[in-house]
Design a protein around this ligand. Structure first.
Ligand code: PLP
Length: 902
């Protein structure tokens, strides 16, 4: 009813009273719903002329003061009639008509306030999800999506004080999943008495289901569908029995101004009169169509079929099976042909019309949901949805059969003397190949991988403003060891970050939320946010948002995305690094590269090449000590996944760090914008150079430093532009000399030293140096060292890089290292421009039994309680890898056997 009407004075439902019996011997039965639908009568609003049809009060205002109506936004007689009628057929004492189904939900969701929690189904109408996401992102409301076909799945999410709303749909569209509205309402009320149970009843309409009778507090329908029945208007209706809720709803509708117009109220009222007769016919035909498709052998979703998993629940809470069904053909192409081949069944979104409709949800109504989420919800790409109308059932069946035949989905079997389903060959084939692939992964093995960090040699900061940056790999590496587990668990161990260890049962991961990507598919550019949220709310819930938990997220996310259906091998992944973490040396990218490589190997998505046979001298020859043993295609695949991992860790990475980590060497990078396209280009012929990396151990905020330079550019545009131009010249020159094969080593080093000094002085002018970095620079520049140093990366702390000439003697270097350490800096003598990603060849018999590997005189450490509880392979590298000191790590790894590099 319109808001200007006192809600307390409303009559209760069913005020079309069954006339009293005139004789106790001839009792009168209560009117049936179809009678109620067809009879529009409101004893409180008799028409002055006795019109049979409610007139349209097409007016915005009403004259006079203190009358029942004053302004149509607040109340209108045509709408009042409609609302009264809707309340009557919905077992409700209050009803409201608004401009669409989504407007109805919007009104309801406005009851929420920041801090509230909502529990909602995981198979809701797409528009509902969209609005819920808005409320979550802008209204400070938490939304838990659960599988409402299992009433117990709701219970863990119920918070007695915070759960404010539970939002249900039954049956769902287009999968026809059933939620036990009665049981869920009861469970919610017992645990969170203040929570409001809301049901979207669009798929059923009040004729077939009245959730208020089962304990729901608020019910809404997209009246665009069955209530109207003719696809000639948009409307939404809200019903409830609780006065205080009705007051809030009335307030919002009046305040927001989305009440239904008088003309649409009239049309909707007309539609509702035939609701029962339409649905009776539509349901009867639906049942025929569902049975027909089922008998052909298609997988059909319809609650009226004997094999529907929740048939009994649906029968208990509803009066019919509705007129929407869906079925799978096994092939997207065949489905497209069927949908395109029907004549009577119109291709259209929506449902509830007198005309029959056919659609492919994944291509049409649900196309706005990304494919990963669709797959996660179990929405098959080949699914066809049928919305049955009131046409002659024989015509509809005939039209459908013709389309099935034309599409090759069914064929005539003369022996059986009937049409039978054709199993799509490609599906069978694909399944067979999949099985073969899984079957062939017999022996699972341990994978040991490593990847370098990076330094920016030239162009940091300026790169943000369009200048070319030169980055190179640094021979301080992250190492990742993936060891199989046979106990159905995955675990991670980050020794060097607070010795973090955590394990998960693989089967309890939220597999329903993941759409695995087949081998030929790339990960889309955007991360699967719903999966990430699910993981953060589920398996990673109790971990603080730290580097450890985000690194775990990388492992779980990539593992789930890369998994083949039915193949979920258990494993442990231990990562360690000789790289300082968080010093701007690309430690996260090298971790990402290791994780991506190990998981791609685990899932046999990439193969490592066989080692060439030993030559006659007994040695194995691989070009450039293993360089280029991993083919570019494999490296590119790894790089794509490493970038996804970086996205999880960094948010918005440039792609430089992971590219350097995978490909090694050096590359030139330009950021998109400033009239340039983003680009990463390898510097061919880059010669490995010795560098001293000195970590000042001064923490800094890259964001603040970048913002500082941005501000300087605004304040002193000319100065900053001239510095940027100068840095571009340096980058260009560096790129030229690094790649010039004619240049002598000496000339190269002299040129680089000068460029380093020059670039550093520009960075000082940009205001991003730090006294600690200047101290390192002065120390290295002073006699007898006379070396050139610049800050690298964001500056303001972090690391400095010092070029070390080939003839720099070990003794002098020892002195320098000692002096730097004495000043509380961490110096690392390293090479720049070396190998990228490496994989320890599994073909080389490097594996030694655990006992054999024990260092003489040293006792093999006893198994830890964790090791005792899991299967530890005898030939695993894990115990040594996890107990090795960082300083021994790289040499130990090198000696294990042959490494293959990109
Ligand atoms: N709820 C369900 C189940 C729907 O199918 C739809 C529309 O398709 C809506 C709500 C939204 O209704 P409307 O399009 O009238 O806003």
């Amino acid at each position: 009813m319109g808001p200007s009407v006192d809600t307390k004075n409303r009559r209760l439902s069913h005020d079309l009273p069954t006339p009293d019996s005139e004789s106790p011997l001839r009792s009168r039965k209560p009117y049936k719903l179809s009678t109620l639908c067809a009879t529009v009568e409101n004893p409180d609003q008799k028409d002055q002329y006795g019109s049979s049809s409610v007139p349209i009060y097409q007016t915005a205002t009403f004259k006079g003061v203190g009358g029942e109506y004053d302004y149509t936004r607040s109340g209108n007689p045509t709408r009042s009639h409609l609302e009264h009628h809707i309340a009557k057929i919905s077992s409700a004492s209050h009803a409201f008509a608004v401009s669409s189904g989504m407007a109805a939900l919007d009104v309801i969701l406005r009851m929420l306030k920041p801090g509230d929690e909502v529990i909602a189904g995981d198979d809701l109408y797409g528009g509902t999800n969209r609005l819920l996401a808005y409320v979550r992102n802008h209204g400070g409301v938490t939304v838990h999506h659960v599988d409402t076909t299992d009433p117990t799945s709701i219970i863990p999410c119920i918070n007695p004080t915070k759960t404010a709303m539970v939002l249900l749909e039954s049956p769902t569209n287009p999968l026809l999943k059933i939620a036990d509205l009665a049981l869920i309402s009861k469970e919610v009320k017992e645990r969170a008495p203040a929570a409001v149970v809301v049901v979207d009843n669009t798929m059923m309409s009040p004729y077939l289901q009245r959730p208020l009778e089962h304990g729901a507090d608020i019910v809404y329908d997209s009246a665009t569908k069955y209530l109207s029945g003719h696809h000639d208007l948009m409307a939404g209706v809200i019903t409830c029995n609780r006065d205080e809720l009705a007051k809030q709803i009335a307030f919002t509708i009046n305040a927001a101004g989305n009440a239904l117009t008088p003309f649409d109220s009239f049309l909707l009222l007309r539609g509702v009169k035939t609701l029962a007769v339409r649905l009776d016919r539509q349901q009867a035909t639906s049942s025929l169509v569902a049975t027909y498709l089922h008998s052909l052998g298609f997988k059909v979703n319809y609650p009226g079929l004997p094999d529907h998993p929740s048939r009994e629940v649906h029968q208990r809470i509803s009066d019919g099976n509705g007129a929407v069904l869906s079925f799978e053909t096994g092939s997207k192409e065949i489905s497209e042909k069927i949908v395109g081949g029907t004549r009577l069944w119109g291709i259209s979104v929506s449902f509830g019309c007198v005309n029959s409709l056919i659609s492919m949800p994944c291509v049409m109504s649900h196309a706005s949901i990304d494919p990963a989420t669709r797959a996660a919800r179990g929405l098959p790409e080949d699914l066809i949805r049928l919305c049955v109308g009131i046409e002659d059932s024989a015509d509809l069946l005939d039209d459908l059969e013709q389309a099935l035949i034309d599409a090759g989905a069914i064929t005539y079997n003369s022996q059986l003397n009937r049409y039978v389903r054709v199993q799509p060959d490609e599906i069978l084939l694909e399944k067979a190949v999949e099985k073969l692939a899984i079957g062939s992964i017999k022996t699972r093995q341990e994978w040991f991988v490593s990847a370098p960090g990076k330094v920016i040699l030239f162009g940091e900061h300026a790169v943000v403003h369009g200048v070319t940056a030169i980055a190179a790999s640094v021979d301080l590496r992250c190492y990742g060891l993936l060891t199989p587990r046979e106990d159905g668990k995955m675990s991670v161990h980050f020794n060097d970050i607070s010795n973090f260890y955590k394990e998960w049962d693989i089967d309890t991961l939220p597999w329903k939320n993941v759409a695995p990507l087949s081998k030929d598919k790339n990960h889309p550019p955007e991360l699967d946010q719903p999966l990430i949220e699910r993981l953060l709310e589920g398996p990673l819930k109790h971990l603080e948002s730290t580097r450890e938990s985000t690194s775990s997220l990388v492992l779980i996310y990539l593992y789930m995305k890369l998994s083949k259906p039915g193949y979920r091998p258990g494993f442990n992944f231990t990562a360690r690094a000789t790289l300082p973490v968080g010093a701007g040396l690309g430690s996260s990218a090298s971790f990402s590269t290791c994780a991506a490589t190990a998981l791609l190997l685990l899932q046999a998505r990439i193969n490592v090449p066989d080692l060439p046979p030993p030559s006659s001298d007994g040695h194995i020859h691989i070009s450039h000590e293993g360089r280029r043993a991993i083919p570019p295609k494999t490296a590119e695949e790894i790089n794509r996944w490493a970038f996804i991992a970086e996205k999880i860790l960094q948010g918005n990475p440039s792609g430089v760090d992971n590219s350097v980590s995978v490909f090694g060497g050096a590359l030139a990078y330009v950021k998109e914008g400033f009239g340039k396209k983003s680009g990463i280009e390898a510097i061919q012929g880059f010669k490995s150079l010795r560098f001293l990396l000195t970590n000042s151990k001064i923490p800094r905020s890259t964001k603040q430093l970048v913002a500082g330079v941005g501000q300087k550019k605004i304040n002193e545009p000319e100065l900053v532009q001239s510095l940027l131009n100068a840095i571009q010249v340096i980058s260009d020159e560096a790129r030229r000399v690094l790649a010039d094969p004619e240049l002598s080593r000496e000339t190269l080093l002299t040129a680089l030293a000068a460029l380093i000094r020059e670039n550093h002085s520009h960075l000082v002018s940009l205001g991003v140096s730090h006294p600690a970095l200047e101290a390192i620079r002065e120390k290295t520049a002073s006699p007898p060292y006379n070396l050139s140093t610049k800050l690298t990366g964001a500056g303001g702390g972090g690391c400095a890089v010092t070029l070390v000439p080939d003839d720099f003697t070990t003794d002098v270097m020892q002195d320098l290292l000692a002096e730097l350490s004495a000043n509380n800096f961490d110096p690392y003598l390293t090479a720049v421009g070396g190998s990228g990603l490496g994989i320890l060849s599994p073909h080389d018999k490097h594996r030694v039994k655990r006992a054999e590997r024990a260092v003489p005189g040293q006792v093999t450490p006893p198994k830890s309680p964790r090791e005792q509880s899991v299967e530890v392979y005898d030939d695993t590298l894990r115990p040594s890898f996890e107990t090795m000191t960082i300083s021994e790590l790289s040499e130990w790894a090198q000696e294990l056997g042959r490494w293959l590099y990109v």
